[in-house]
Design a protein around this ligand. Structure first.
Ligand SMILES: [Zn+2]
Length: 76
């Protein structure tokens, strides 16, 4: 047999990031007014970059309307 067997190294990546709740109410922070809000409060709109509107949506600040983040929603 050949001696160059390689296993690729890390097997199961044990990332150890438990406890980081994704369902917080303030997942996003508006860079304009500082409002913190979660997905449920975000005002959603289409992206401006020509991305697929079924897969990508822009989250806007519920307080001032500024665009905060573009998120992938294709799994919804
Ligand atoms: Zn804002």
């Amino acid at each position: 047999m050949s001696g160059g067997e390689r296993d690729g190294g890390n097997g199961d990546g044990d990332d150890g990031r438990a406890g980081d709740e994704a369902r917080t109410d303030d997942a996003y922070e508006c860079p304009n007014c500082g409002e913190r809000f979660g997905l449920e409060r975000a005002v959603r709109s289409r992206t401006t970059g020509g991305l697929d509107p079924d897969a990508w949506q822009t989250l806007n600040c519920p307080a001032c309307g500024s665009r905060v983040k573009t998120v992938f929603v294709g799994d919804e």
